[in-house]
Design a protein around this ligand. Structure first.
Ligand SMILES: NC(=O)c1ccc[n+]([C@@H]2O[C@H](COP(=O)([O-])OP(=O)(O)OC[C@H]3O[C@@H](n4cnc5c(N)ncnc54)[C@H](O)[C@@H]3O)[C@@H](O)[C@H]2O)c1
Length: 262
C-alpha cells in the first residue's frame, strides 16, 4: 500500500495521455476531462479538423494538447501517433482506445465490407494502438489503458431499435474479451487495462436515430436519463489515476442502471 495522500493518488497532473476518436462525443469529453485534471493530451482522430478544435479548446484554458491525424486501422498512422506524442511530451502514460463506429445492418443483409470495416475500427484499432503504446509502457514498467466498450451492445442481442447491429454488438463484446487478455499480458509490467462500457450516450453517433431511441432508452434507465459524454469521461479519468491501481481486466458499466448483473 502506498503511503501517499489520497489527493496525490487521484492526481494525474503531468501525465501524458493519448485519446483516440477524440474529435467528437465521448472521446472529446475524455480529452477535455483529462486535460482539466492536468494531463497533457494527444487528441487523435481521423478527422483532423475536429481534433484541432478540441486541442485548441484545451489550449485556450491553459492546458497542453496536440492534435494528431490518426486512422486507428492503419498501423503506420498508429506508429506515428505514438512517436509524435513521445516527441512532443516525452512519454505515454495513458491510452484511451475510444474510436469506434456504429453499424446497423442485420446479419442476413450485412455486407462483407461493412463487417470488415466495423471490426477494423472497433477491434483491430484497439489492438494496434495498444501494441504501440504498450511497447513504450513496458520499458517504463507503468501505464494505463482504457478501452471503450458498450454496456448494452456487448450483452444484448440488438443495439438499435430497428434490430440489427450484429457486427457492432460482436465487436464490442470482443473489446471486453481483448481487455482481459491485455490485462493478463501487461499486468506483470505494471500496466492496468480496463474497459468502460457506456450505456446509450448523447453523442453525434446517434444522429438521425436519436429522438426515437432517446425515448425508448430513457424509459429503460432507472436513473431516468441518458448518459452525457461527461458521465462516461469521469469514470475513465478515475481508472487512470493511481487510486484505481488494483483494478485490471475489468469492464465498468456506466449505464444508469439500464442493465444490472452481478
Ligand atoms: N454514444 C453511445 O451511445 C455509445 C454507447 C456505447 C459505446 N459507445 C462507444 O463510445 C465510443 C465513442 O462514441 P461516440 O458516441 O462518442 O461517437 P462519435 O461518432 O461522436 O465519435 C467517434 C469519433 O471516432 C472517430 N473515428 C471513427 N473512425 C475512426 C478511425 N478509423 N480512426 C480514428 N478515429 C476514428 C470519429 O471521427 C469521431 O470523432 C465508440 O467506441 C462507441 O462505440 C458509444
Amino acid at each position: 500500500m502506498k503511503s501517499s495522500r489520497v489527493s496525490e493518488r487521484f492526481d494525474i497532473a503531468g501525465k501524458v495521455a493519448i485519446v483516440t476518436g477524440a474529435a467528437s462525443g465521448i472521446g472529446r469529453a475524455i480529452a477535455l476531462d483529462l486535460a482539466e485534471a492536468g494531463a497533457k493530451v494527444a487528441v487523435a482522430d481521423k478527422a483532423l479538423g475536429g481534433a484541432e478544435e478540441v486541442a485548441r479548446e484545451i489550449q485556450s484554458v491553459g492546458g497542453k494538447a496536440i492534435a494528431i491525424k490518426t486512422d486507428v486501422t492503419d498501423s503506420k498512422d498508429v506508429e506515428q501517433m505514438a512517436q509524435r506524442t513521445i516527441e512532443k511530451f516525452g512519454k505515454i502514460d495513458i491510452l484511451i482506445n475510444n474510436a469506434g463506429i456504429i453499424a446497423r445492418s442485420s446479419v442476413l443483409d450485412m455486407k462483407e465490407d461493412d463487417l470488415d470495416r466495423t471490426f477494423d475500427v472497433n477491434l483491430k484499432g484497439v489492438v494496434l494502438c495498444s501494441q504501440a503504446a504498450a511497447r513504450h509502457m513496458i520499458e517504463r514498467k507503468s501505464g494505463k489503458i482504457v478501452n471503450i466498450g458498450s454496456s448494452l451492445s456487448s450483452r444484448a442481442s440488438v443495439c438499435n431499435l430497428s434490430g440489427g447491429g450484429a457486427d457492432y454488438c460482436a465487436s464490442k463484446a470482443a473489446v471486453q474479451a481483448l481487455t482481459r487478455s491485455l490485462a493478463m499480458e501487461l499486468g506483470p509490467y505494471g500496466i492496468n487495462v480496463n474497459s468502460v462500457a457506456p450505456g446509450p450516450t448523447n453523442t453525434p453517433m446517434h444522429e438521425g436515430l436519436w429522438e426515437m431511441a432517446a425515448i425508448y432508452y430513457q424509459n429503460s434507465v432507472p436513473l431516468g436519463r441518458l448518459a452525457e459524454p461527461e458521465d462516461i469521461a469521469d469514470v475513465v479519468v478515475f481508472l487512470v489515476t493511481d487510486a484505481a491501481r488494483y483494478i485490471t481486466g475489468q469492464t465498468i458499466h456506466v449505464n444508469g442502471g439500464q442493465i444490472m448483473v452481478d
